[in-house]
Design a protein around this ligand. Sequence first.
Ligand SMILES: [Fe+2]
Length: 373
Amino acid sequence: MLFSEETPDELLADLDRGISLPAHWYTDSKITEQELAHIFRSSWHYVGPAAQLANRGDYVTGQAGRVPVVVVRNDQGLSAFINVCRHRRHIIMKGRGQATSLQCPYHAWTYDLQGGLKRAPRAAAGPELRLEELGLLPARVETLGPFVFVTLDLQARPLADCYGSVLQQLAKTGVRPGELECHSREEWRFEANWKTMIENYLECYHCPVAHPGFSAAIDVRPDRYKLHADGLVFSQAGEVRPSALEGKTRLPLYDLVGEIKESQYYLLWPNTTINVNPGFPNLSIDVWIPDGANATKGFSEQYFAPGVDAQFARDLIAFNKQVAHEDETLTDSVQRGLLGGLPGRGQFLVSSEHLVVGFQRMVVEALRDTKGR
Ligand SMILES: [Fe+2]
């Protein structure tokens, strides 16, 4: 049913002409199910900072798409598991912290830090349970600089092969990923399809129209603002405006003077984004997870280099929130437009929106071989 109206080859040919995916790809839960199964099941997902997994028993929970995962430090290093009990499939660990074992709060089935099932109350009294066959299902965990990622695909390409270029780019522009410290975290939910959110992220054609403060800070002119696609990484970069450094803007901005002279925005396919703004070394990372076809939930974590000034941190976070709020207004409206189904297809301005076109191509290619599954 996925390609009932258009074949993948037709959609790809349309994208070559700047014609977008059909509206129903953004509103139909059957498409979202296909995306969860064929994109999110095999990709890498950011779950948290490596610094929060420094000691034995430290754990961080997260999501690989819709699948709950937990990463724990044990005697072997970092291990990742599906964070769901083998018994009645209650979620086992919540949030982040320190534990000596992973105990399900439903019936107290208890797993060790290697994921082995060690105890199930009353198990000895009932029909025999083979505890050794009921360990937590494994996931894979790897780190990229200070960031911990998980994948459900035990054969996935190594994380550094997928996204290593981002660390190199960050290092070139004055952000030293190894020294960044996680400062704060926020969870959120938006009323738009995950692709609506990501596609909005992937172009700055809307910036002069919809982000006055951002556009006063960053040079978003098309001949200056850089867009680049390389494998699984889509990147954008814009220099800080001299007028903003001199404080000559109509709108109040945060203090942009600092080691970082350029803003940088990265999508790590499919749903992790990394943002760096000019000023004192900073980085935020966001994860965007489909919550049905018409909503997206996720979280953002703000990192800074050590010694960040508290006022700068507050001001930069407020600046990012303002931009996010402006984007939310746009994506809400796009989603309501898509829900009506007409126009069925959109028309891109490819010179400014080629990253969006590239993203849609990757979605089609990921789903093209799944017909009937
Ligand atoms: Fe935006």
